[in-house]
Design a protein around this ligand. Structure first.
Ligand code: ADP
Ligand code: ADP
Ligand code: ZN
Length: 208
């Protein structure tokens, strides 16, 4: 089993690209953020523990995240590998991951901080299918989402205050992983400050 990691700051476009790469590679998207939000909504023990960290824009403890991933990887759709979105975010998480699966590519979507706030504050998604949209950069069709089950959803943590602490957290705790993966020769930086389609094209070339 071998896997891909989508890496980058909050709002870089990881989820947006994951949906497209999933179509091209068949690898299922595994988003720890989505898994945690589902746990919060379902009021599980994990969700109750995670909520305070998420609301504050801090990382949920490594142990909680690693346990989520260990369970997820056992599901049937993961036999040929998965595409991680928003995981790993610390070196201990990456070390734990290396014992679970071989990471073949780390796709790093790079976007300058000053663009991130606008991206995150305009983000919404379709709760019918999970497709990510943006108020100005990628709005949903006037007839609704193509899944036919359009319902707008916004995240509680997508506000200007939390964005800044999520960015600080990224720079302090997650960005050191870039060097860690670069040393392993599997790190592929991609300019994420361009049109969505251009970025997808470059990612697919990097994965070839
Ligand atoms: P992440 O998963 O990295 O947090 P998302 O994929 O949710 O990021 O994207 C964050 C926001 O930015 C969304 O509203 C999305 O529609 C928008 N977005 C994604 N890629 C681009 C891009 N290349 N240019 C402009 N906006 C984008
Ligand atoms: P973003 O769109 O900002 O990249 P995510 O949806 O990936 O955000 O994550 C939302 C929140 O969930 C994070 O701010 C953090 O609190 C928590 N989280 C998600 N993935 C991880 C992880 N791998 N390690 C620790 N915390 C995580
Ligand atoms: Zn939809």
């Amino acid at each position: 089993m071998s896997s891909i990691v989508l890496f980058g700051p909050p709002g870089a476009g990881k989820g947006t690209q994951a949906a497209r790469i999933m179509e091209a590679t068949g690898l299922p998207q595994v988003s720890t953020g989505d898994m945690l939000r589902a746990a919060v909504k379902a009021n599980t023990a994990t969700g109750i523990e995670a909520k305070g960290y998420m609301d504050a824009g801090n990382l949920v403890p490594d142990e909680v995240i690693i346990n989520l991933i260990k369970d997820r990887i056992l599901e049937d759709d993961a036999v040929n590998g998965v595409m991680f979105d928003g995981f790993p975010r610390t070196i201990p998480q990456a070390e734990a991951l290396s014992l679970i699966t071989t990471v073949t590519h780390v796709i790093a979507i790079e976007v300058p901080d000053e663009k991130i706030v606008d991206r995150i504050c305009g983000r919404y998604s379709c709760s019918g299918c999970g497709m990510v949209y943006h108020d100005t950069f990628n709005p949903v069709d006037s007839s609704g989402c193509e899944c036919g089950n359009w319902q707008e959803k916004r995240r509680a943590d997508d506000n200007a205050e939390t964005v800044q602490s999520r960015l600080d957290t990224y720079h302090q705790q997650t960005s050191p992983l870039a060097d860690w993966y670069m040393e392993k020769g599997i790190f592929h930086p991609i300019d994420g400050d361009r049109a969505i389609d251009e970025i997808t094209g470059d990612i697919l070339i990097a994965l070839e």
